[in-house]
Design a protein around this ligand. Structure first.
Ligand code: AMP
Length: 406
């Protein structure tokens, strides 16, 4: 699904573009429409699935296209930790960059200055507040927080908040909010106590379950942190190893599949290609040749990452980092089928590091990093915070704990 299919405001589409998102992730596909329709939601989705944008995008659209209070808080996002508050604020700044929507992150542990800044924003009104429960209550107890116009409440990582003992704090915050509002609850797991909380807060919610896939444990995964121009020489080196006999290389675009296959053929590597520009009969023939071992290497787009069962693949190489964690799990799951072992290598350029970080969050653990032989020259450090900032072309961005005013 493309974001343009949802009829989102152009300023939001520009923000999506600047973040480098092309297609909606599974959670985004299921969650955005009901939110746009004004429904309450209970969604089981882990961090790493794109759930932040799944609620921020429709929220931004509704703020931009419906009447709302000008000098009040319109939406509150409650999260368990300051790290998550900061992370969500950063996503919000990116996605709302071309709009006049204002936001502030409110979390504990900062300086006295940040409390004063928060107080100012909460008193004069700010469109979206992303907060941790304790800090929000500290402000609410002082009586100046402008909540009359609040129409949207998001509880993110709600199971973690309950585990951390925030149940009473959440209920206390809610007691300050207007009754007429849209409620969105996101949680990685749905224990019984979550159902109780949902019953108290949500009205006739749409329930969404995103099955979380995990790669089989017998797959040896390695990510190689490289500069983009190093990818072709490195992949040729990987393919030269006699250790691997049946190899699939995934690329995100058909253009890249075509270029890489041509490059490999020039290097006398037996490679075939599969992508949607090819006739079905041609695709089937290529697959047949691969199954019959006439081809050692198959270069493909994600059309081959799901459903197709080819046995005895001993190596999967991601020539680029897939867009979301689900695609990663599907791609590398082409190897080590039927309990055999397999290897999955991922080549990660500087601009793709943040995508790998998202995948690692989904998997709940880092992908082990492989060592690039010195003969390929120096490689970058793994520092996933950097990639996203580059997309703004050096434009200065507001700091996440400062309010962005209209
Ligand atoms: P989240 O689950 O919200 O923490 O998101 C995980 C990562 O996926 C973040 O780095 C997001 O910027 C990124 N992301 C979210 N939506 C998309 C999308 N549609 N396409 C590509 N990346 C995305």
């Amino acid at each position: 699904m493309k974001f343009t299919d949802l009829g989102l405001d152009q300023r939001i589409l520009d923000g999506i573009d600047s973040m480098g998102y092309e297609t909606a992730t599974p959670v985004q596909q299921q969650v955005m429409l009901p939110i746009l329709q004004g429904k309450d939601i209970i969604a089981s989705a882990q961090t790493g699935t794109g759930k932040t944008a799944a609620f921020l995008l429709p929220l931004l659209h509704r703020l931009l296209t419906t009447q709302h209070a000008q000098n009040d808080i319109n939406a509150m996002v409650i999260v368990p930790t300051r790290e998550l508050a900061i992370q969500i604020s950063e996503s919000l700044e990116g996605l709302s960059y071309f709009t006049d929507v204002s936001s502030i992150a409110v979390y504990g542990g900062g300086s006295g200055d940040s409390f004063i800044t928060e107080k100012k924003a909460l008193t004069s009104g700010v469109d979206i507040v992303v907060c941790t429960p304790g800090r929000m209550i500290a402000h609410l107890n002082m009586g100046y927080v402008k909540l009359k116009g609040l129409r949207y409440l998001v509880l993110d990582e709600a199971d973690r908040m309950l585990d951390m003992g925030f149940n009473d704090d959440i209920m206390k915050i809610i007691s300050f909010l207007p009754k007429e509002r849209q409620n969105l609850l996101f949680s990685a797991t749905m224990p019984a106590k979550m159902r109780d909380l949902a019953r108290k807060i949500l009205q006739d919610p749409v329930e969404i379950n995103i099955a979380i896939s995990k790669p089989p444990e017998q797959i040896i995964q390695k990510a190689f942190i490289v500069y983009e121009p190093q990818k072709i020489p490195i992949i040729k080196d990987m393919l030269a190893s006699p250790q691997y006999q049946n190899i699939i290389v995934f690329c995100s675009s058909k253009q890249q599949v075509k270029q890489l296959t041509a490059e490999l053929k020039r290097a006398r590597i037996q490679a075939g290609e599969i992508h949607s520009d090819l006739e079905q009969t041609v695709r089937e023939q290529v697959l047949q040749d691969f199954r019959n071992r006439k081809l050692r290497v198959l270069v493909a787009t994600d059309i081959l990452s799901r459903g197709i069962d080819i046995e005895d693949i001993d190596l999967v190489i991601n020539f680029d980092v897939p867009h979301d964690g689900e695609d990663y799990v599907h791609r590398i799951g082409r190897t080590a089928r039927a309990a055999s072992t397999g290897t999955a290598f991922t080549l990660v350029s500087e601009q793709e590091q943040y995508k790998l970080a998202g995948i690692e969050r989904l998997l709940g653990q880092p992908v082990p990093k492989g060592t690039v032989p010195e003969s390929f020259g120096p490689v970058p450090n793994y520092n996933p915070g950097d990639g996203k900032k580059k997309k703004y072309g050096g434009k200065s961005r507001p700091r996440n704990n400062q309010p962005r005013h209209k």
